[in-house]
Design a protein around this ligand. Structure first.
Ligand code: RP5
Length: 181
């Protein structure tokens, strides 16, 4: 179980970390305080039946561990890394600089600048090292993007994505019909 602790030391969010032998996606975040945001990526991967690992990896507090995590991810069978961080959010870019795997960055909403700092830190990667950046706080979309990346070489996964998209359409159609009736 990965737990986030609030200012008073109490558990605020916790997530059952799956013990799957060969995780395909690595979800990492700069702090346990990012977990309430980042858990949405895990929910999506669970829905699509994709094995993942989830961990706290801080670029500035645990730089050696970040190096180890990023440089061993490929050999451990990880195909996509989802990295969330807030403030001067260098984790996704640093990890992308250490691995050839695709990295999806999640700008976590910060208290000082509402996540605009996180967004610009992650999206403004200089040419050569890309980080696919989702909207502030939108870890669910990071999960969905990871599914699409995996789907590029996996027709079954593409089919699941198509089914998900059509269920989204049905939901909106139902709401529209209700509204118009
Ligand atoms: C970043 O600083 C983390 O990604 C988090 O969003 C932010 C605040 O971290 P804590 O002070 O809550 O640990 O490294």
């Amino acid at each position: 179980v990965l737990k986030a602790v609030d200012g008073e030391g109490n558990d605020s969010t916790s997530i059952e970390v799956p013990h799957k032998s060969s995780p395909s996606v690595g979800i990492i975040m700069g702090s346990d305080s990012d977990l309430p945001t980042m858990k949405d990526a895990a929910v999506v991967l669970d829905d699509f039946g994709i094995p993942y690992e989830i961990s706290v990896v801080s670029a500035h507090r645990t730089p050696e561990y970040m190096y180890e995590y990023a440089t061993t991810a490929e050999a451990r069978g990880i195909n996509v890394i989802i990295a969330g961080a807030g403030g001067a959010a260098h984790l996704p870019g640093m990890v992308a600089a250490l691995t050839p795997l695709p990295v999806v960055g999640v700008p976590v909403k910060s208290s000082a600048l509402s996540g605009n700092d996180s967004l610009l830190s992650i999206v403004q990667m200089p040419k050569g090292i890309p980080v696919a950046t989702v909207a502030i706080g939108n870890a669910a979309n990071a999960g969905l993007l990871a599914v699409r990346i995996l789907g590029a070489a996996n027709p079954g996964m593409r089919q699941k994505m198509a089914r998900f998209m059509s269920s989204e359409s049905t939901m909106v159609e139902t709401k529209r019909r209700k509204l118009e009736s």
